[in-house]
Design a protein around this ligand. Structure first.
Ligand code: 6PG
Length: 479
């Protein structure tokens, strides 16, 4: 046995992680791929890396020191189960199998339970940062047992991104906790991307500025409180010109956004948990709407507003920046609500502040203001809504007027801003003194005798709507 860590699946993420591992002091990396050709390519292209290549699972296991640790980087789904089955045949109790793909956390819970019966550890680890992150330092969100973390922790710390001196990895919680948090990360990523896209669209349609000019605006924004990876790459994408047409690349890319499913999972899970993640949901729906060409074509002649709201470009752009900031805070606040609810539902002890910390570097949603989230949870670990932490109250105070101007102006001008608008509606709903949910309860009681509670006394009540309309106290709980 010569290697202390193995990687299975040598597509770009797997290869880059293997190279990252091999580049760190003290690591020797076993590598395996279903077709040996990919292994050979990796060996040939990176003679500098200390790889131990294998052609079979048995050789792979024999090349690893114990406890054996293998990182699976194959396409999430059935492929993962097949690799796990192979490893179970050649690994021993105490060994560790890590799934680094974007697995659905409930699959991870199922797999962990099954693998644990054999005495082998199974860890679902979310890995964010794309190809570059994998090579240079990703943000890593591992779940799994405490026992596995003893071996795995130092290895993952050695390859993770570093933010303010700290590695962007923490033991998130047991079994599926890591993949759950990675799923929420991706949900926030969807919201963040959609919000930035709406900001771009508002400025483009609202001021007529070119993508290059808007790129400069994003570059400027990236120097302030919105500083983040996604703002940075947005500026790059907008600056890119298409070689064949000479037009901005963004104008020749088909405007139909795809997805691989993690955003949908976030929303489905949040629906089950009863957590409004409206910003994320709108981002998912915006991608769905974009990908309906027949409907869009049929609807293209529907009437729009007769005039656009006009105003001063500079103050409008500043309003959009503030609206983006406010909506972004809401997206993170909703994402953290989902983490809290998931942790409660699945029995995970997730440190919210630690999650914000490991998202400061390496991952797609890395951003300057994540430090503020860590601070908010450090000040008050029982914070019931992130947006109510003092720092974020200040942000809302500073941004809300601009946010309202942007959303109402967009509505009047016919520019769709689903994520901006729904985030504002969520914010106003959350802070409302009274909600019309009282009326909804009345309606439910009217047609279905679903009962209601009162603000002035304990108990459950029903009005005899089809009788004399007196109120009776209902036995049994409201439903
Ligand atoms: C990351 C990314 C990564 C990937 C997602 C998004 O954190 O590195 O989230 O996991 O880009 O799969 O994919 P879709 O937009 O295709 O759903």
């Amino acid at each position: 046995a010569q290697a202390n860590i193995g990687v299975i699946g040598l597509a770009v993420m797997g290869s880059n992680l293997a190279r990252n591992l091999a580049s760190r002091e003290g690591n020797s990396v076993a590598i395996f791929n279903r077709s040996y050709q990919k292994t050979e390519t990796l060996l040939a292209e990176h003679p500098e890396a200390e790889f131990v290549a294998s052609k079979t699972y048995a050789e792979f296991a024999a090349s690893l020191s114990t406890p054996r640790t293998a990182l699976i980087m194959v396409q999430a789904g059935k492929g993962t189960d097949a690799v796990i089955d192979e490893l179970l045949g050649v690994f021993e109790p105490g060994d560790i199998i890590v799934d680094g793909g974007n697995a659905l956390f409930t699959d991870t819970i199922r797999r962990e339970k099954a693998v644990r019966e054999t005495g082998i550890n199974f860890v679902g680890a979310g890995i964010s940062g794309g190809e570059e992150g994998a090579l240079l330092g990703p943000s890593i969100m591992p779940g799994g047992s405490d026992e596995s973390w003893v071996t795995l922790g130092p290895i993952l710390k050695s390859i993770a991104a570093v933010a303010e001196g700290e590695p962007c990895v923490t033991h998130v919680g047991h079994d599926g906790a890591g993949h759950f948090v990675k799923m929420i990360h991706n949900g926030i990523e969807y919201a963040d991307m959609q919000l930035i896209a709406e900001a771009y669209d508002l400025i483009r349609r609202g001021t007529g500025k070119t993508p290059t000019e808007i790129s400069d605006i994003f570059t400027e924004w990236n120097k302030g409180e919105l500083e983040s990876y996604l703002i940075e790459i947005t500026a790059e994408v907008l600056r890119q010109m298409d070689a064949s047409t000479g037009r901005p690349l963004v104008d020749v890319i088909l405007d139909q956004a795809g997805s691989k499913g993690t955003g949908v999972w976030t929303v489905q899970t949040a629906l089950d948990l009863g957590i409004p993640v409206s910003g994320i949901a709108e981002a998912v729906f915006a991608r769905s709407l974009s990908s309906k060409p027949a409907q869009r074509e049929a609807a293209a002649s529907l009437p729009g507003p007769s005039s656009q709201v006009a105003g001063d470009d500079e103050s409008f752009i500043e309003d959009v920046r503030l609206a983006l900031y406010a909506s972004k805070v809401i997206a993170y606040s909703q994402g953290f609500d989902a983490i809290v609810a998931g942790a409660e539902q699945y029995g995970w002890n997730i440190e919210k502040g630690e999650i914000a910390k490991i998202w400061r570097g390496g991952c797609i949603i890395r951003a300057r203001f994540l430090n503020r989230i860590t601070e908010a949870y450090a000040e008050n670990p029982g914070l019931v809504a992130l947006v109510t932490a003092p720092f974020f109250v200040d942000v809302m105070t500073k941004t809300q007027d601009a946010w309202r101007r942007v959303v109402s102006g967009a509505a009047q001008s016919g520019i769709p801003t689903p994520a901006f608008s729904s985030s504002l509606a969520y914010y106003d709903g959350l802070r409302a003194d009274r909600l019309p949910a009282a009326l909804v309860q009345g309606q439910r009681d009217f047609f279905g005798a679903h009962t209601y509670k009162r603000i002035d006394k304990e108990g459950t009540f029903h009005t005899l709507w089809s009788g004399d309309r007196t109120e009776i106290e209902s036995v049994g709980s409201s439903h």
